[in-house]
Design a protein around this ligand. Sequence first.
Ligand code: TPP
Ligand code: MG
Length: 729
Amino acid sequence: MLSDGSGLRAQPAAEQSEPRQDLSPDSGRELRLSPSALCQAYRAMLRIRRVEERIAARYGEQEMRCPVHLSIGQEAAAVGACSALEREDLIVSSHRCHGHYLAKGGSLEAMLAEIYGRESGCCGGRGGSMHLFDREAGVLGSVPIVASSIPLALGAGLHFARTGQPRVSVACLGDGALEEGVFHESLNLAAVQRLPVVFFVENNLYSVYTPLAQRQPQRPLAALATAHALPALAADGNDVEAIWRVMSRAVAHARAGAGPSLVVVDTYRFLEHCGTQDDDALGYRPAGELAAWLARCPVARLRQALAAQGILAEAEHDRVEAELAREIDAAFEAARAAPFPRAETRAEHTYPSAAVERSVPRTRGAQPTAGPAREISAAEAIGEATRQALRADERVIVLGEGVTDRKGIFGTTQGLLEEFGPKRVLEMPLSENAFTGMAIGAALLGTRPIVVHQRVEFSLLAFEQIVNNAAKLSYVSAGKHRVPLVLRLIVGRGWGQGPAHSQSLEALFAHVPGLKVVMPSNALDAKGLLLGAIADDAPVIFIEHRWVHSVRGNVPIAAVALPLDGPERLREGRDATLVASSYSTLEARAAADALSRVGCEVELFDLRVVRPLNEAPIVDSVARTGRLVVVDSGYLDFGVGAEICTRVTSACFDQLLAAPLRLGLAAHPTPSSPALAEHYYPRAPQIAEAVGRVAGLSEDALAAVRDELERQREGVPCDAPHPAFRGPF
Ligand SMILES: Cc1ncc(C[n+]2csc(CCOP(=O)(O)OP(=O)(O)O)c2C)c(N)n1
Ligand SMILES: [Mg+2]
């Protein structure tokens, strides 16, 4: 439904005439907008034009201190598309989002306040003009990474389909987005999932200065849909009624459960790509091209048509102009008069407020209020946590490659499809970026997805979605969006998995504010922290080491969520503090046990939660022991250990008796051959040696510890976990 905040509204598409679900090229030709709806569309287009002209006129004052991508010349596309939607339907947009946002009914004042960087801006001053969103009006988000918002539209569609809501989501794209991999992944994924999504492409013939012909082979853009078995529709992008007509059909098709479609409209940007100037003199467009498109200006063209048909008289037009001028004046004044956000609030909404309270005091072994427990493996614990979460909460879903296969991802998802069905346990195509982004989009609407990537490395194909969307959407929406998402990433170490199947890249994810990073080292935490992650409203990267999967431990039968609250002290000691995470914790524990036998008492911490890093217990410990060794599960350089050492050193420099030491993976990729991998991972003997030296152990004692640990490892290949690591501990 068209809405421009003026009170004048277009008739809903359905009232005008029933759009067909038949998407064949000839169907729907008779669809017409009523005269009042045409006037309404004109008003909405003129409003976008006048708002952007005003932005252009005032931009030089340098009070709007963010980039602006004006859509002057493309107004018919935004208005035509949104006039085919109901308010409950959602759109996502990109860098060029002003027109879409206004056409869908986003608040003008909140948009301008955002561009002016004010607290009352739609993003609270956190997003600027390229992140416009308005939940109430159905603008789910705008993302200035080309094509990045497409999977969010899929997520909205998935949420609608899953919850049985007859709503539709629309991804508003430029022609450039069609060159991005995620566009193709998304078409494929939307098609196989039959999602109620419309891909709406405004082909303005350019990506910045580069013409379409230099970027894509010559063929109709709509042909891309055919390859993905989607219906394709096209229209003149400067003819609002033609756009409304094709969009109405595509939307009705999606709403009827018939799946996604692609709509392509050809239009033209009159001003420069970014900024407010006419840049025709730069010469990147053929001579006369701009003039030809100016002659087809969608606003002028519609005005003439309405006048010719006697629908919009001159006096009425003047009245509309005057009304718009008053509204725009007032909105600019309100935006400029609004206060800036207070500097001390700048970190707010990086994470939503904590959802999980400490349900059970966590003491290792005994779980006094958690009820009966029994020994199971961490893999079983992960499967059990997932099953219990799916049973307890309809909003929880599981998706990934292989989640429904016979082996069920190391057994962790076995049986879920049978119990919960394909609507809650979704097998995914090999489209990591699209399905991770889809999960993010669904999470924005209240679905709580658990996404599984069978290797950490596979998630790198979705890094863009994780870093730019999952981590940012709470912040840029000033807390109005939440992303309750769990990403299970598996470290595939062992058996020659090599450089691209065995990395532990927690430092990459922990580097990004907005993400939480969790690494269990045992069965109890595997279950409890996973349940805590599922209950958390922030995106949680849950890194599972393949060798931890087989670790057994005493795990409560009940679904006891553990808070994501930081390190756990596994052993007390006075001589040195040792910090490890994930599988390294098991090696570190063996080292600490051996050191204890020669009288060196090590205080051992299992990090558990990398981000947010709660260093306080470690600092307390080092303040007593004076010595710190950190074993990184990932690469040593620029790693988590470096962060811990820095924080501890800053906090208790005066109590340090020795320089903190780090162990981790060497500065080269993981080799595959056992002959090369043999010395790659820090294992118990190396850890014991490092701690012993820091603690000032004698050479004899060091040798004794080393010998004992080497003996324990004798006959154990480097590419398999030590058989002693079975837990519980
Ligand atoms: C992934 C990515 N690559 C490059 C850019 C830089 N960039 C910003 S807008 C833009 C042009 C995109 O063209 P199109 O999708 O046709 O949208 P238009 O600007 O024409 O509306 C480019 C290349 C970006 N933001 N994101
Ligand atoms: Mg373009």
